[in-house]
Design a protein around this ligand. Structure first.
Ligand code: C2E
Ligand code: MG
Ligand code: MG
Length: 254
């Protein structure tokens, strides 16, 4: 199943996007976390089929939110490097959008820099095709693994997500806060220069929100705003449908 976590404007607090996160409830083992089942699905090749289901389900949900609120909400979908490298990936995205009549602008794909192991040229070409279609591209967990600032410059992307480990270390004397601060500063500086939207993950405290906002991050996600939740629970965060808003003349009279 899928749950969704809201992503907010750090200044106004408004909902900007919702990230789809996969869940697996096994009858015997109970809740199996994605960091356990995603790598297994990748090794077995099942990730292609599973990823397609996730993509289609997230598009269906984004369309349902749009129908209910009258306004679209961008849904972000995590895509595994193996799924991305599959030759049918572009067509899968196109078909998921078409079948649910979802505007491509309402879909964002979250990829990690691990995709480049399949060749920067091939990756760039696929990302460019997706962007031409109108889909947004985000680099997830930036700052971990083999993250390179050159990828931010060279790959056609719209958004960079700062990994939650750095957000956690901000202001925490136990975990080298100066390093985390320097790193977040460096990422925001470079990302702004390249006109990328910056999202900070794992914001749990008001102090972290304030600090990240001051550092220039526009958007944020984390337990401070919401836990990942079933799609219906996201309803109160959505923009109100035009018919549910107060008529202008009432506002003027009062
Ligand atoms: P991610 O894409 O970086 O997702 C963010 C993770 O941080 C989620 O863990 C979310 O529940 C957690 N998180 C959010 N806010 C906070 C916070 O304030 N504090 C802390 N400590 N954690 C927070 P989750 O759902 O367990 O997912 C873990 C990872 O599994 C994801 O990291 C993503 O890499 C992968 N994953 C999840 N769903 C999918 C999927 O549909 N497809 C693929 N390929 N990978 C997925
Ligand atoms: Mg993600
Ligand atoms: Mg992440």
């Amino acid at each position: 199943s899928l749950v969704y976590q809201s992503i907010h404007d750090l200044d106004s607090g408004d909902l900007r996007k919702a990230e789809a996160l996969a869940r697996w409830h096994h009858p015997k083992w109970g809740h199996v976390p994605p960091h356990e089942f995603v790598p297994i699905a990748e090794r077995s090749g099942l990730i292609v089929e599973l990823g397609e289901w996730i993509l289609r389900e997230a598009c269906r949900q984004a369309k349902a939110w749009e129908a209910r609120s009258g306004q679209g909400v961008v849904v972000s979908v995590n895509v595994s490097a193996i799924q991305f490298a599959h030759p049918g990936f572009y067509r899968t995205v196109e078909a998921a959008l078409e079948d649910h009549a979802l505007l491509p602008e309402l879909l964002e794909l979250e990829l990690t820099e691990g995709i480049v192991m399949y060749g920067v040229d091939h990756v760039t070409e696929t990302l460019q095709r997706l962007q031409r279609l109108g889909v947004r591209i985000a680099i997830d967990d930036f700052g971990t693994g083999y993250s390179s600032f050159a990828y931010l410059r060279d790959l056609p992307i719209d958004t960079v997500k700062i990994d939650k480990s750095f957000v956690k270390d901000l202001g925490s004397p136990l975990h080298a806060p100066q390093f985390a601060l320097a790193l977040v500063e460096a990422i925001t500086h470079v990302a702004k220069h390249l006109d990328l939207v910056i999202v900070a993950e794992g914001i749990e405290t008001e102090a972290q929100r304030q600090m990240l906002k001051d550092l220039g991050c526009q958007l944020g996600q984390g337990y401070l705003f919401s836990r990942p939740m079933p799609a219906d629970d996201l309803q109160p965060f959505l923009p109100m449908p035009p018919t549910a808003q107060r008529p202008v003349r009432d506002t003027l009279v009062n």
